[in-house]
Design a protein around this ligand. Structure first.
Ligand code: B16
Ligand code: MG
Length: 215
């Protein structure tokens, strides 16, 4: 029986991808590097440093330059985050969080972002989470299982009694590696490896997900 639910942030709870896009765009422009929406799409769930290395391509940079560029991108991103309000919750998210809490299931966040707490606060949903696992919690990022295992451990729930909601391929891989149940949100090509695939959380209910997972 499922006792814990872990939610990814970007692409599941809200679409910060657009803000990441704008912030990387500004940095790329200043640095004279190519950047477009397709490249941004490939950065879904990818931590800040790995994202920057991808954007740099074969351009080399010293550690200090990398740090400075990451700090600059984050400055632009944080500025954009100030516009977030509870209306930026993706459809169905709030209803599902409420239903899950009513079912006495524990809830954690499992996000690669170091800005996850700011985003949850701006969305007004911090109080729904028993545990927040974010970009500061573990060393190895998804597809390693570490972040989700950290979240389940802090919830005090076994992996096989935990379900993960994810929109990224690496996120589904991480949850499967952690031996957890998975709900993939998005196209089959991206999240097809999940136990259950839904286009989004719109109209999704806990009962429906529970049954679809054969619980
Ligand atoms: P930050 P998630 C990920 O969020 C984003 O999808 C990814 O584009 C971003 O680079 C990463 O967080 C790190 O974010 O720069 O705020 O630390 O999907 O894991 O919630
Ligand atoms: Mg995501």
């Amino acid at each position: 029986d499922l006792q814990g639910a872990i939610f990814d942030l970007d692409g599941v709870i809200t679409d910060t991808a657009e803000f990441h896009y704008q912030a990387w765009c500004q940095l790329a422009q200043e640095e004279g590097l190519p950047f477009d929406r397709a490249m941004n799409e490939s950065l879904r769930g990818v931590p800040r440093r790995d994202s920057l290395l991808k954007i740099l391509g074969d351009r080399s940079a010293s550690e200090d330059q990398l740090q400075a560029m990451m700090a600059r991108k984050n400055e632009y991103y944080i500025r954009l985050l100030q516009q977030i309000t509870p209306t930026d919750l993706l459809p169905g998210t709030l209803a599902l969080l409420q239903e899950i809490r009513q079912a006495k299931v524990k809830v954690a966040l499992g996000s690669a972002s170091k800005n996850a707490r700011t985003v949850l606060n701006k969305l007004g949903i911090t109080h729904y989470f028993d545990v927040i696992a974010d970009g500061y919690s573990v060393e190895r990022s998804k597809p390693a299982p570490d972040l989700f295992l950290f979240a389940a451990q802090h919830l005090g729930i076994a992996p096989h009694q935990t379900v993960v909601f994810e929109d990224a391929k690496a996120g589904i891989q991480a949850a499967l590696a952690a031996q957890m149940w998975t709900v993939g949100l998005g196209p089959q090509e991206r999240v097809g490896a999940a136990h259950v695939v839904l286009p989004s959380l719109a109209r999704a209910t806990w009962g429906q997900i529970f049954r679809a997972l054969g619980q």
